[in-house]
Design a protein. Structure first.
Length: 128
């Protein structure tokens, strides 16, 4: 068996692992999540950066039509998550899930799905 210098093995290992590291960092930098709107109403999703501590000014606003599913994302800033608020007909919904920004928003990790359901005038969200 030929002897391969350690420096060459290290270089090959770096070349093979670098794409994995880049993909991981990119996922943390720009996490994406799914919103499944199983309600009869358009849902507006206010999306904040992953490292936003106050959730005062949204990074973007996206809408998911009734019965539709969409993939959304944010600037994760290394947190691998977005912070979101959900509105239907101008009223905030899914308040029981709020767990960040002084209980004013919900953390949604990259890859998670938020399912919005409606019973009468009441909305609920589940994360999976």
């Amino acid at each position: 068996m030929p002897k391969i210098p350690v420096s060459r093995l290290a270089a090959v290992a770096c070349v093979l692992l670098l794409p994995l590291v880049i993909v991981t960092l990119k996922a943390e930098a720009s996490p994406r999540f799914i919103v499944a709107n199983d309600s009869d109403t358009k849902i507006n999703v206010y999306i904040f950066k992953g490292d936003d501590s106050f959730c005062t000014f949204e990074e973007k606003l996206k809408s998911v039509s009734a019965g539709e599913t969409d993939s959304l994302g944010c600037t994760g800033d290394g947190k691998g998550q977005c912070k979101v608020q959900f509105y239907a007909d101008g009223d905030e919904v899914c308040k029981t899930n709020r767990n960040t920004c002084n209980k004013n928003a919900t953390k949604v990790a990259g890859g998670e799905t938020v399912t919005v359901t409606q019973t009468g005038d009441s909305f609920s969200c589940s994360l999976s």
